[in-house]
Design a protein around this ligand. Structure first.
Ligand code: DQQ
Length: 639
């Protein structure tokens, strides 16, 4: 089949610095978009102390609107005079996922206090029970035996106290040595001040933890001197100090410096603030949902948050309120004064070159140590990239990503690797295996029937001759240093050794498609560098959705083949490059590539490389995600 990319864009070799205008426009557009979404959940404040929370929350309450402000985007993207795309119910219904966690209706954001207790995984989340937009935030609650099949439970905590009447915001769980649970969460008070509160299960014998008690002495922490009242939120899981105290960290900022405050406690009721910060990084803005945990330098298992010693590294993750990205860094923790330093200060938390859990839509993540399976599991809020009007029309907004195991990459020694929890494999149905050689400029349909719910595992190898030709040819431009998934034009722009990969959620004619691909480029040192990208720019013909090109470099070690895994579940595509060294989550909203018309293609858009692809594609079952009833709980406990 001819490459339709060539018809629309023609074969183009990448040339550094060409298309500067397009790049500048792109940057302008991205900056504008960032500015538009920066206040997405109303919890943001600014140095001037303007109360955005109040404005947005009352807007949400009164008018059913929220922080989500991409409604006008299509007007910027060239179609100034055209109205927003007209979605019909059949298109909108298709967007709802089949095996991702989402509430039955309305708005959801951050994961909260995940834990495993008496045979059940508990998942709490920021939830608006009244609308499909942010506002009126309480803690939703669901339980599962395997992190895949869920029963929704009644709301765990509502905004019924002066210290959380403006919202029961994000928090984390800690297990005490006797097996009991304490929950610390941020309350936004009646005056919109951010304070920390303590809660615990009413009945420790109830495996479903249905009822939660708020400590009568709440709040247990208020913003300390020098910290603005709206810059103090999201307490972490506590870990043990060598002195036997508990220690937590809480995100904040000082002017434009993102910081993480540290407190010690013995009983979770009274706290001593350390003079030092866990960490600070100038010009990164407010740190939300800080996460802090150890990873083993040698073993593949996860570690309880309190583990320390020479065999571990410590991860600091912060969710950047200014950019809406989750950045992390690997480093060393000092128990004596509660500080942490990154291994490489040039890629410190939140710096533009620093590591991200995910280069797509992925925010406010939270990990927990799963003592059931000895692993660390990462949850993350995956917001929508469509318009608020569409969310209201479909009656829901946001997903949680498939929970991922997180371990230190002992091979590179520099990054984490994330991988969908093994339980997801229980949803695999029929599979087909393929071994295909694809020449430059080809698109091959992959016959798997409907392709709306898939798990794809693939290995790619660039043919040796092509590699030798490129590496040995001094006239081939070294472009790796200039290349970026976001800014170098997406999957239609052709280089010598890429892009190649899959187009998911594609129509037969490829009028809609979402390519997930590798791009291999030569560097100035004549070494090859590999990038892993997802191009959503043609994912939908609708003009009222945001369609970025996502991705980043992915480390590939000597002797490794290029590997990717893709989970497709209606409007979400989760992509894992090189075993999860680089991950990209995208939200896509096709209008035609839906139901039986959603297809899968393999493509090689390189100019000079022939590629061999060996891959397996599984059809995926839907998960059991049911409303609360005794019968539903019984059904789940039998699994
Ligand atoms: N969401 C919560 C805050 C947190 C923010 C409010 C991150 O606690 O900082 O819904 O998305």
């Amino acid at each position: 089949m001819a490459d339709p990319n060539q018809e629309t864009h023609g074969p183009r070799r990448r040339r550094p610095f060409k298309g500067l205008l397009a790049v500048s426009f792109g940057l302008l557009f991205i900056a504008f978009y960032v500015a538009l979404i920066a206040t997405h959940d109303g919890s943001r404040s600014n140095d001037e102390g303007i109360d955005e929370t109040e404005t947005i929350t009352s807007r949400a309450r009164l008018a059913g609107v929220s922080e989500k402000r991409n409604d006008g985007l299509w007007k910027l993207s060239g179609d100034r005079n055209t109205p927003a795309f007209e979605w019909n119910n059949s298109m909108l219904s298709w967007q709802r996922t089949a095996f991702h966690f989402q509430p039955e209706q309305n708005w959801m954001n951050d994961p909260n206090g995940p834990l495993f207790y008496k045979g059940w995984y508990h998942f709490f989340y920021q939830y608006n029970p009244n609308a499909a937009v942010w506002g009126d935030i309480v803690w939703g609650h669901a339980v599962s035996r395997d992190l895949i099949h869920w029963v929704h439970l009644p709301i765990a905590m509502v905004a019924d106290q002066w210290y959380d009447s403006n919202g029961v915001w994000t928090g984390s769980a800690t297990f005490l040595p006797d097996g009991s649970i304490v929950m610390l969460y941020t309350g936004s008070t009646d005056k919109a001040v951010q304070v920390q509160n303590l809660a615990y299960p009413e009945d420790p014998n109830d495996p479903l933890l249905l009822k939660w008690v708020k400590f009568p002495g709440n709040p247990v922490l208020v913003p300390p001197p020098g910290i603005l009242p709206k810059d103090f939120r999201d307490p972490t899981t506590a870990w043990k100090t060598s002195e036997g105290k508990w220690r937590i960290t809480i995100g904040s900022k000082l002017n434009k410096t993102g910081i993480s405050l540290v407190y010690d406690t013995i009983d979770f009721k009274t706290y001593e603030k350390l003079d030092t910060l866990l960490h600070r990084v100038p010009n990164t803005g407010m740190w939300e949902c800080v996460d802090f945990y150890p990873v083993s330098k040698t073993a593949g298992n996860g570690l309880d948050t309190s583990v320390n010693g020479p065999a571990v590294k410590h991860i600091v993750k912060a969710s950047m309120d200014d950019t809406r990205f989750d950045h992390y860094a690997v480093g060393t923790y000092f128990d004596s004064n509660g500080t942490w330093i990154p291994d490489d200060p040039t890629i410190d938390v939140g710096m533009s070159a620093s590591l991200r859990y995910d280069y797509g839509k992925f925010y406010a993540s939270k990990s927990f140590y799963d003592q059931n399976k000895g692993r660390r599991v990462l949850w993350s809020w995956i917001g929508e990239s469509d318009s608020e009007a569409s969310d209201v029309q479909k009656g829901w907004s946001s997903l949680q990503g498939i929970p991922r195991t997180v371990v230190f990459d002992t091979k590179t020694g520099k990054n984490l690797v994330q991988w969908p929890v093994e339980e997801i494999k229980s949803l695999r149905l029929s599979s087909k295996q393929f071994d295909l050689e694809v020449g430059p400029g080809s698109v091959v349909p992959v016959d798997v029937g409907s392709a709306a719910q898939l798990d794809i595992e693939a290995e790619f190898e660039i043919n040796k001759e092509s590699l030798e030709k490129i590496l040995g040819n001094a006239s081939v431009v070294a472009e790796a240093e200039e290349f970026s998934c976001e800014k170098s034009g997406g999957s239609t722009v052709r280089g010598a050794l890429g892009p190649f990969g899959f187009s998911v959620l594609a129509t037969e004619s490829l009028s809609e498609q979402t390519p997930v691909y590798f791009y291999v480029a030569k560097g100035t040192d004549s070494e090859l560098k590999t990038f892993f990208c997802t191009d959503t720019s043609r994912s939908s013909v609708a003009n009222d959705v945001v369609k970025p090109i996502y991705g980043s470099i992915v480390p590939v070690l000597k002797g490794e083949k290029l590997t990717m895994r893709i989970l497709v579940d209606h409007s979400i595509v989760e992509a894992f490059g090189q075993g999860g060294r680089t991950c990209i989550t995208s939200r896509v909203y096709p209008t035609t590539a839906i139901y039986g018309a959603a297809k899968l293609f393999l493509f090689n858009n390189a100019l000079d490389a022939t590629v061999t692809a060996s891959f397996t594609v599984w059809q995926m079952n839907s998960a059991f995600i049911h409303p609360y009833s005794d019968e539903a709980v019984r059904a789940l406990s039998r699994t």
